[in-house]
Design a protein around this ligand. Structure first.
Ligand code: NAD
Length: 367
């Protein structure tokens, strides 16, 4: 059987082509441009704007449409990103996107509690969906989203930008190659001081929870990719210093512990009341890895027992969107998954953490 390398070498292609996704390489061999994922953003808030700016530097993904409830924002975005009027939708007429052949995928960047409804509506309209983290407000909703996308024959990806970040991938590869020996401990610290008490992040109906849903999920997700396994139990403790700002159902600070099949444990902190908390530490029998900052917008700083890692900073969302285009268009398999099942694993853990806080008991996580 002709291998990809042989095929490309026969075709006289360069080392650059060999590093590209297969269909890109074929496209290049045939003198064609690789396919570009045409994306609409739903939710033109602060993170949506960050993604839109980052996409200007993408080679495989292009911002071509918007969905928003605010006509003035649509106008501004149309001008800034040259978006044609026929690719602009409101939440009321978004079902019509079904007939738009110029949009392949929609990136849902709305408040957490709206992700399910928005994702299902877009799947029914036949569009691939990239949905921000947390994928939903609980595992049941996550399952419904996965089922809807499967039924519609569209892909569902979760906006885990760190899964494509160079330092993160370097450490994950080293861990998988056994460079740290048997990794038995992970520490994840995730937090910032939240401002404006009237924002949706502090309103359970829109956020589904407090710091855990927003920032704690980074430690949950990080523990899983750094240790390379999924937890089987959690314990958790909640503290609250400001019950006015952090109302019922909005967690201010939760410390939690996770246990893994190998015997490894993770000890994590999620909070809305401390700054400078963005640190991962992985300890093994032969070495360690440390990242601080570990999940912010970068540059990420990482070191191992062998010294600092030196990776050039690239805007996370630019890499993410190019890689997600390759996943959707070429079937590329990322080293750390970003599909709906990956998001669902985190939702099961969030559910278990909230249950552990409530009951004071150790809670098992369903497989
Ligand atoms: P934001 O408040 O800045 O933007 C939210 C957008 O949703 C606004 O444009 C708002 O108008 C719109 N919206 C639609 N329906 C709404 C409703 N009923 N109520 C309130 N707003 C409504 O928030 P954000 O920081 O952009 O966060 C949006 C999502 O992105 C969240 O799920 C968040 O967790 C995620 N996020 C991810 C990252 C990351 O690094 N991956 C970073 C920030 C935010």
């Amino acid at each position: 059987m002709t291998t990809r390398r042989h095929f490309l070498q026969k075709a006289g292609l360069t080392t650059l082509a060999l590093s590209l996704p297969f269909s890109d390489s074929i496209a290049q061999a045939m003198g064609q441009e690789p396919k570009v994922l045409r994306v609409a953003i739903m939710g033109l808030g602060s993170y949506g704007a960050r993604v839109a700016d980052a996409m200007k530097d993408c080679s495989r993904a292009k911002l071509v449409g918007v969905i928003s409830g605010t006509p003035s924002k649509i106008e501004q975005w149309q001008q800034k990103y040259s978006i044609p009027a026929q690719n602009c939708y409101s939440y009321d007429n978004v079902a019509e996107i079904k007939n738009n052949k110029d949009i392949d995928a929609v990136y849902v960047i709305t408040p957490n509690a709206l992700h399910k409804e928005h994702t299902i509506a877009l799947a029914k309209a036949g569009k691939h969906v990239i949905c921000e983290k947390p994928m939903a407000v609980n595992a049941r909703e996550g399952q419904e989203m996965i089922a809807a996308c499967k039924a519609a024959g569209v892909q569902l990806l979760i906006g885990y930008r760190m899964h494509f970040e160079a330092n993160t991938l370097d450490i994950v590869k080293k861990q998988r190659a056994g460079e740290f020996g048997k990794t038995l401990f992970f520490q994840g610290l995730s937090g910032f001081i939240i401002g404006d008490p009237s924002q949706w992040r502090l309103n359970k109906a829109l956020s589904g929870g407090g710091a855990m849903m927003d920032i704690g999920v980074y430690s949950i997700n990080g523990a899983r990719y750094m240790l390379g396994e999924d937890p089987i139990w959690v314990t958790a403790q909640e503290t609250k210093t400001d019950p006015i700002k952090f109302k019922e159902g909005i967690d201010e600070t939760i410390t939690f512990q996770m246990g893994f099949p190998s015997g490894a444990t993770a000890s994590c902190l999620s909070t809305y009341s401390l700054n400078y908390l963005d640190k991962f530490f992985l300890s093994g029998t032969k070495g360690f890895a440390e990242m601080q900052p570990s999940t912010g917008y970068g540059p990420i700083k990482a070191k191992t027992h062998s010294g600092p890692l030196e990776h050039t900073h690239v805007t996370h969302q630019t890499t993410q969107m190019d890689e997600m285009a390759a996943i959707i268009l070429d079937g590329k398999q990322p080293l750390i998954p970003v599909d709906g099942e990956e998001g669902l694993k985190d939702m099961h853990i969030v559910d278990a953490i909230f249950k552990a806080v409530k009951t004071g008991q150790k809670v098992s996580i369903p497989k």
